[in-house]
Structures are given as C-alpha cells and as structure tokens.
Design a protein around this ligand. Structure first.
Ligand code: SUG
Length: 430
C-alpha cells in the first residue's frame, strides 16, 4: 500500500494558459474558472480514495498572491499597487503570483522508500518545476510546510535541484516505482529531451535526461535500480507534457500507450526481465489515438491496489466512447477489478487529471495527525470552501482587493481548522 500527499486548488484557481506543451491549459487560457466547484470535485476524488482505504495526507494550498514573486519582478509599493502594476505591465507575472497549480501534487517531488535508497528513512526530493514561472515558485514554500508537517523524522526532505536548464525537474509526474510482490522497487524515470530520442518539433519537452539522473542520485537510488526512459517525440508533440499523461504504473501493473516511449518494445522487454511478475497492457492507436488519449486522460487514471483488488479511478471523460471500450477490455482481462469515475473538469481544464492530484509516498511516512484525510476533514474543507471561495473567477479579477481578502481569510480559517500555526501555510509570502 502507498499513501498519497494531496492538496486543493486555492480561491484564485484560474486559467492563464502559460503551461508549456499543455493543450488543455492553452485552450482554456482566459476562460472563466470555478474555484468552489474545483474544490468540490477534488474533495469527491479524495472521498473515493478514503472509502477505498487509501491513506491521504492533506497539505494546505499555498497562500496567494506570492508577494516575493511580485517584488522580484520589480513591482513596488503596497500589495494593491503591485497588483495594479502587474496587471498593466506584466500579466504573466500577475497570473503566476496567483497560481493555484500547487494543487497538482504529483509535481511536488519524487519519493523513494528507505530500502530502495540504502537509508533508514524514506526520501523526498522537491521538484524545482523550473520550466514555468508559475510552478517554479512552489517548491520552497512547500518544503517549508513539509518541514513542519512531517513527524517522527520519517521522511528526509531534499531541497530541489538548482533551476538550471539541465536540471528542470517535474517530480512524480515523470517517475514511477514498480515492484514485484516481494521484490525491490524498480524506478522508472522518464525524460522528454536531451536523451537518445529525436527531438520533438512542436513542443519542447520539460524534463531533460540530466535532471532525471540527478534526481535518482540525489535520492540515493542506485543506478541498477533505475531505468531511464525517453518519451516518444510524437507524444510530446501531441501534448504529453508529463509522462503520467500517457502511462500509469503501480506495483506490478503497467498501462501505457504504444507511443508513450522511444524504443518502447526494448524497454518493456528489459522491464519484464527485471520484474517477471509485471503485467503490461499497451494500448495502440487503433484502440485510442494519442490525441484521444490526451483528450480523455485515460492514462492519467489512478491504479490502486487494495485488499487484493485492482481499482482504476478514471476521469469522467473515460465514461463513454472509445476510452470506455478500452476500460471495459481492462475489466474483461482482469487487469483491473473495479472502475470508479470522477468529474474533475475544473482540474482537467488546466491539464490535471486524477493522477496529477496526488503524490505517492511510502506508507510509513507520518504527518501531523490532523492532516490525515477522513470524512470529517472532507466535510470541513467543503464548508470552508463554501465560506471563502468565489463561485467563478476571470483573469480581470486577479487585481481585485476582494480576491486578496478572500485568500487571506481562507488561509487564516484553514490554519484554524487544521490547528496549524500560520507559518505552515507559508509565512514568507504572507
Ligand atoms: O504543469 N497545469 C499544470 C498541470 C500539471 C499536471 N500534472 C501532472 N501531469 N502530473 C502544468 O502544466 C495550467 C495553468 C494554467 O493554465 O493557468 C498548469 O499549470
């Protein structure tokens, strides 16, 4: 069993369209968002997992706007003045400062259990997310939060790789740990540029090979227990900005598209030699094209193994059509035993499906008990969002006092609900 680190969209959840290579983000740029509904949808996903018995740990959304970013951009004066200048002079920085993208915790970092890294502690390398400004501002406040929330010294927190072009790191979205029933884990690190594969043409991949190697080293995972794989350039060009948009693996199960990786057949052969119990299902273009896969996010479903049964938690977009036919065949083959569907439209419109909304961490990692997700916390968070979140939001609202006040009030109330000092929700940006 694994545990999940989860969060929620903040009150300023919006669609700016600045996420590189992410078609959903680009096509919703400037669209009206619905922050309150976004929270409800994410909570419904958490509820399904809670009912399945999956341990989830909740991290508060980061406080916005990020004043350090506004100041770094040379915007001066009080907050109102900074926001007005940002709106008039640099709307991309205005949006980045209000970004709610930290809800996609799959990008928070890369985790490895203690035995895989010859250590007595599990490790978590924070991801620098340096490929985009609105995401590069996440890791430092997250590290600060995590330092205060991890207990029993159960997790070594490793600061991110430096934000250099060779080290752009997108965390768990490009990393999967597979394992036979009782064997040691094999870590799949997937990069999208600077490897053996030809370069993509339409989009520049976000993660260079060098970053994946550095991540494995920083985590102390021996090279023998890693497989470094290149994304297929056709996948990157079709809009697979993270590998988890085209592949999902858990334990000894792997589901992926036939054009997910470069030299895929040889890699899969290597994988099955290393993990004899691995069961692989590869979906080819005849059953689901790359474009269809990116539209429905089937491969961004969660594969969950509980009580000897395999569950697939898929987005609403897989409930019908050809994606549903693929899912039905997974059920027929016994690759999965149960299907759960959830509506995550607000997250999906920014390019984030079910698997983007969680970071898998080893189940012996411990956090403050009040961060454990249960029905009572889900109800409190639902009521909290009703009290503070706008029903809808447009880009024009990002310079408004009302949003500043809502975010501040939501933050303070959440610290109170969770009985956390304000510092855990990020003091440097307050
Ligand atoms: O980094 N979208 C995120 C989506 C992250 C999805 N995560 C995983 N695949 N694990 C990104 O592209 C959209 C922001 C906007 O359009 O305003 C955004 O940042």
């Amino acid at each position: 069993m694994i545990s999940e680190l989860v969060s929620l969209p903040g009150p300023s959840h919006h669609y700016a369209g600045y996420a590189p290579g992410n078609l959903a983000s680009a096509s919703h740029a400037g669209a009206t968002s619905h922050p309150r509904a976004a929270v409800q949808q994410c909570l419904a996903r958490m509820h399904i997992l809670h009912d399945l018995g999956v341990q989830q740990w909740f991290l508060p959304p980061l406080l916005r706007p990020d004043r350090a970013l506004l100041a770094a951009a040379g915007l001066s004066g009080n907050l109102r003045q900074q926001l007005t200048q940002a709106r008039d002079q640099t709307p991309e920085i205005l949006s980045a400062a209000w970004s709610s993208a930290s809800m996609w915790t799959a990008n928070l970092g890369t985790a490895a259990p203690a035995p895989d890294r010859a250590s007595d502690r599990a490790g978590l390398l924070l991801a620098n997310l340096a490929a985009a400004s609105h995401r590069a501002i996440e890791w430092q406040p997250r590290l600060q939060q995590l330092r205060a929330c991890v207990i029993d010294d159960s997790l070594e927190l490793i600061p991110a790789l430096p934000p250099l072009p060779d080290f752009h790191d997108e965390g768990g979205a490009n990393h999967t740990r597979l394992a036979d029933a009782d064997g040691q884990g094999l870590h799949i690190f997937v990069h999208s540029r600077d490897g053996k594969a030809p370069s993509s043409q339409r989009f520049r991949g976000r993660q260079p090979r060098c970053a994946s190697h550095a991540a494995a080293r920083r985590l102390g995972i021996p090279a023998d227990n890693c497989l470094f794989v290149a994304q297929h350039p056709a996948a990157v060009d079709a809009g697979v900005f993270h590998n988890d948009v085209i592949m999902v693996g858990q334990g000894n199960r792997l589901l992926l598209h036939a054009r997910a990786w470069w030299e895929q057949e040889a890699t899969l052969e290597q994988l099955t030699q290393r993990l004899p119990q691995l069961r692989v299902v590869c979906i080819d273009d005849n059953d689901l094209s790359l474009d269809e896969a990116i539209h429905c996010y089937l491969f961004n479903s969660q594969l969950i193994h509980v009580a000897g049964r395999w569950h697939l938690l898929a987005p609403q977009e897989c409930a019908g059509g050809r994606a549903r036919m693929v899912v039905d065949s997974l059920l027929d083959q016994g690759f999965i035993d149960h299907l759960h569907i959830c509506d995550l439209r607000q997250s999906m419109d920014g390019g984030g499906g079910p698997a983007c909304l969680r970071l898998r961490v080893p189940d012996n990692v411990r956090f403050l008990p009040q961060l454990s997700v249960n029905t009572s916390l889900i109800t409190s968070l639902d009521n909290w969002a009703h009290r503070h979140y706008p029903e809808s939001l447009r880009l024009d609202d990002l310079a408004s006092d009302d949003l500043v006040q809502r975010c501040r009030a939501a933050h303070d109330d959440l610290c109170h609900i969770l009985d956390l000092p304000s510092v855990l929700c990020d003091e440097t940006h307050a």
